[in-house]
Ligand binder design. Structure first.
Ligand code: F6P
Length: 360
């Protein structure tokens, strides 16, 4: 009997998910002769009757290297340990999921997702015995076990393009323009796009900013004849007086109540600088559309590596890129630590060396 493996995508989407699915299917079906089925909407496809499964083969995955989103669908409300039934009741349906995996004769599941999905996958393996292999995904690039996650470079490219466009209009109108990008807890997108797009000021959650220092930078520029400035801020960036002593959840509440990071930054500068100010929130544009070439290659490498881990029976491991090589790492280790922007790291010091202001 042919080996049969399931694959699903969980959490927020990221450009490159489809490229992983395509590569996994090509290697598993074409080279190894297995059957692969996609599970619709994270684990949900196995929790509903009838099961919603998508048979996958090279034909069904043709052209997916360049397609954004995920053909399998995804959700960030699909935790089987705390599953919301149609009547609103929250229940633990992990044993039901394990039963469905057996019924469908699946040897295991390849779970493509961020730290939340990986933590759930590991729990499924430990508590109800579903064998899992993880593939990391997040546009935030905040998983410490891998040098890069696919989707990140695409998001950086999109944010860089947005900065390039904002530069010309900011200069024409002598305005200060704020671009808010994703990154609730980690500011990698803001930092890298800020460097690539020549932002004057980069605000990240890891470096709470002194409003007066940001204002002084804008005034100094104006005195030197640069009467416009472009500021990129991660959605989790806050001024030092608001961030001090707050947990991540408390910070997130402040940001929501204040209308977002860019809005808070703009409001806090009012009265301190002369120029007109405007904000631009990039939002989900960063997550949609085709992956860039780097992400297509990384996603393809991850898909093939996932098939290799399954073949070698390395359940409980997640694929990752470390020093140019894609290999496997225990999921437990992979989700243990979060990857923040290092305020003393080389990227930040490089930015400071070319005159970028962080406000702290
Ligand atoms: O984790 C990825 C991410 O894109 C974050 O940067 C962002 O805060 C969040 O997802 C947005 O999630 P949602 O699509 O649920 O609004």
């Amino acid at each position: 009997m042919k080996r049969r493996v399931g694959i699903c995508t969980g959490g927020g989407d990221a450009p490159g998910l489809n490229a992983v699915i395509r590569a996994f299917v090509r290697d598993a079906v074409q080279q190894r002769g297995w059957e692969v089925v996609g599970i619709a909407d994270s684990f949900n496809g196995l929790l509903e009757q009838p099961h919603r499964l998508i048979p996958l083969n090279p034909n069904a995955t043709r052209g997916l290297v360049r397609r954004g989103g995920t053909i399998l669908g995804t959700t960030n409300r699909g935790n089987p340990f705390s599953y919301t039934r149609a009547n609103g009741e929250k229940v633990d349906v992990a044993p039901e999921l394990a039963k469905a995996v057996k019924e469908e004769r699946l040897e295991g599941l390849v779970c493509i997702g961020g730290d939340g999905t990986q933590a759930i996958a590991l729990q499924l393996m430990r508590e109800v015995g579903i064998p899992v292999v993880g593939v990391p995904k997040t546009i935030d690039n905040d998983l410490s076990a891998t040098d890069y996650t696919f989707g990140f470079q695409t998001a950086v490219d999109i944010a860089t393009d947005a900065l390039d466009r904002l530069q010309t209009t900011a200069e024409s109108h002598d305005r200060v323009l704020f671009l808010e990008v994703m990154g609730r807890d980690a500011g990698h997108i803001a930092l890298e796009a800020g460097l690539a797009g020549g932002a004057d000021i980069i605000l990240v959650p890891e470096i709470p900013y002194d409003v007066e220092r940001v204002a002084a930078c804008i005034r100094d520029r104006a005195e030197r004849g640069r009467r416009f400035s472009v500021v990129i801020c991660a959605e989790g960036a806050l001024p030092v007086d608001l961030a001090k002593g707050k947990s991540m959840e408390e910070r997130w509440e402040l940001l929501r109540d204040g209308g977002g990071a860019a809005n808070i930054a703009m409001s806090s500068l009012r009265g301190r600088i002369q120029a007109e100010m405007r904000t631009c929130v990039l939002g989900h544009i960063q997550r949609g559309g085709a992956p860039c070439a780097f992400d297509r290659v990384l996603a393809t490498r991850f898909g093939v590596a996932a098939s290799r881990l399954v073949d070698e029976g390395r359940w409980g491991e997640m694929v990752r890129l470390r020093n140019g090589v894609v290999d496997g790492v225990p999921i437990e280790e992979a989700i243990a630590t979060y990857k923040f922007v290092d305020p003393n790291g080389q990227l930040v010091s490089t930015a400071r060396a070319i005159g970028v202001e962080f406000g702290g």
